[in-house]
Write a protein that binds this ligand. Structure first.
Ligand SMILES: [Zn+2]
Ligand SMILES: [Zn+2]
Length: 382
C-alpha cells in the first residue's frame, strides 16, 4: 500500500529540507531497533524509506507528482525504480494497466535489481577522531543457497512459456459498443516474463533470493560528521534471479562524549582548577583521545578563558588536526581551615592596599616561598 512519507516523518508537505532532516534524525533515533527494540524494525525501515525519498529533491518532486515508484512492492514485478522513463511508460501506466509488456509487447525481464537499503551505526567521538572499522549485521536479501540464485530446484534455466511463446503478452478480442477491440495483457501463466520456472525452488519460491542476516564491514573515516551517509555499492539486497544487488547506505551517528564537545574540527572541554592554580599558573595532565597530555595553565588565567592544546582535535587534512580547547573554571574553596583563612586574610590585607581588589596585583607577587606559595600548599593540604 502507498504510505504517506510526509505523515511518516510528521512534517507538512511544504517542509524544508532542514525540517525533514531534523524530523528524520529524531525519529530514526527514537525507532532505531537497537534502541526501541526489534518490533520497530519495520517502522524504522519505513522512516528511512520516507527520508530517502523526501531528502532527495528530485525524488521528492517525483513523489509529489504521483504514486511513488520507490516504495517497495508498490508497482509489482518489474516496476522500474527509475520512475517513468518515457511517454510510452506513462501512457502504459495510466491507460493500459501494466507499464510493461503491453506498451512494448516485450516480456518483463525476470532478473531484477535488488533494493537499496539503509541502516545506521553509532560510533564514539574517539572513533570519529581516529576513524574505525565497524562490523554491522543487517537483515537483507541474499542469494538463495538452495538453488544458487537460479530460482529453480534443479538449478536449470527458465524455459519459454508455452502459453505466450515467450512474448509475455496475451492478446484478447473483446466486444464493445464500438465493435471488436483487441486488447493485450501480461500472460497470466508467466506473469509477463515470457519464461517459466517449471520447478520453483521451495526455499525462495522461485525468486532466487531469501532473507538473510549479513555482516558488512564499513570503514568509518577519521573526522566523520554526525549524520554522514556512507554508500557501499552492491551491498544492498541481492537481485532477483541474477539481477544486480542494490546498494547499502550506512548513516553514521557520532555519540556524545562525556568530556569533549565537538565544534568543527576542535574539541572543547571544561577544566576545573583551584584558584591558586589560576593565580600562580600550574602544570597538569589531561586525558585526551591521544592519551594523557601535559597542559600548562598560565598564571593569571580568568574564569572562562581558554587554553589550547594544538593538534589533538579532529583531522582537518591528512596531516593537520584541530585543537583541544580547554575552558577554565575556577574553584573557590567553600570551607577553609583556620590556617588557610589566616593566610587568605594576610593576602587580602596586602592585596586590598593595591588597586582596590584588582586581580592584576596577584601576578606581581613573586610565587615560590611567598605568601601565595604557602597558601597553595595549605589549600592542597600539604
Ligand atoms: Zn507466458
Ligand atoms: Zn531458491
Amino acid at each position: 500500500m502507498e504510505s504517506d512519507y510526509y505523515q511518516i516523518l510528521g512534517v507538512p508537505r511544504d517542509a524544508s529540507q532542514d525540517e525533514i532532516q531534523k524530523a528524520y534524525r529524531k525519529l530514526s533515533r527514537q525507532y532505531h531497533p537497537d534502541i526501541a527494540g526489534k518490533q520497530y524494525e519495520d517502522k524504522f525501515k519505513e522512516i528511512n524509506e520516507a527520508y530517502s525519498v523526501l531528502s532527495d529533491p528530485k525524488k521528492r518532486e517525483e513523489y509529489d507528482r504521483g504514486p511513488s515508484p520507490y516504495s517497495a512492492g508498490s508497482g509489482g514485478a518489474g516496476f522500474s525504480p527509475m520512475g517513468f522513463t518515457n511517454l510510452d511508460d506513462l501512457f502504459g501506466q495510466f491507460f493500459g494497466g501494466s507499464p510493461f509488456g503491453e506498451a512494448h509487447g516485450s516480456p518483463i525481464p525476470r532478473e531484477n535489481r535488488g533494493g537499496d537499503e539503509i541502516t545506521s551505526v553509532t560510533v564514539s567521538l574517539k572513533d570519529a577522531v581516529f576513524g574505525t572499522v565497524k562490523q554491522i549485521e543487517i537483515p537483507t536479501f541474499g542469494k538463495c543457497p538452495a538453488c544458487k540464485g537460479t530460482g529453480s530446484k534443479s538449478q536449470s534455466a527458465p524455459i519459454v512459456c508455452p502459453s505466450c511463446h515467450g512474448t509475455g503478452v496475451k492478446q484478447q478480442i473483446q466486444r464493445s459498443i464500438l465493435g471488436q477491440i483487441m486488447t493485450s495483457a501480461p500472460c497470466p501463466q508467466c506473469q509477463g516474463h515470457g519464461t517459466i520456472i517449471p520447478d520453483p525452488c521451495p526455499q525462495c519460491q522461485g525468486t532466487g533470493r531469501v532473507r538473510v542476516k549479513r555482516t558488512v564491514e564499513v570503514k568509518i573515516p577519521a573526522g566523520i560528521e554526525d549524520g554522514t551517509r556512507i554508500k557501499l555499492v552492491g551491498q544492498g539486497e541481492a537481485g532477483q534471479l541474477g539481477g544486480p544487488a542494490g546498494d547499502l547506505y550506512i548513516e553514521v551517528h557520532v555519540s556524545q562524549d562525556r568530556e569533549f564537545t565537538r565544534k568543527g574540527q576542535d574539541l572543547h572541554c571544561w577544566l576545573s582548577i583551584p584558584m591558586t592554580w589560576a593565580a600562580l599558573g600550574a602544570k597538569t595532565t589531561i586525558s585526551t583521545f591521544d592519551g594523557k597530555k601535559e597542559l600548562e595553565i598560565p598564571a593569571g588565567i580568568q574564569y572562562g578563558q581558554t587554553v589550547e592544546m594544538p593538534g589533538l582535535g579532529l583531522p582537518k587534512s591528512e596531516k593537520d588536526r584541530g585543537d583541544i580547547v580547554v575552558h577554565v573554571q575556577i574553584q573557590i574553596p567553600t570551607s577553609l581551615t583556620s590556617q588557610q583563612k589566616e593566610l587568605l586574610e594576610q593576602f587580602a590585607s596586602s592585596h586590598d592596599s593595591e588597586a582596590g581588589g584588582n586581580m592584576q596585583a596577584a601576578q606581581e607577587i613573586k610565587p615560590k616561598k611567598g605568601i601565595f606559595a604557602r597558601m597553595k600548599d595549605a589549600l592542597k593540604g600539604e
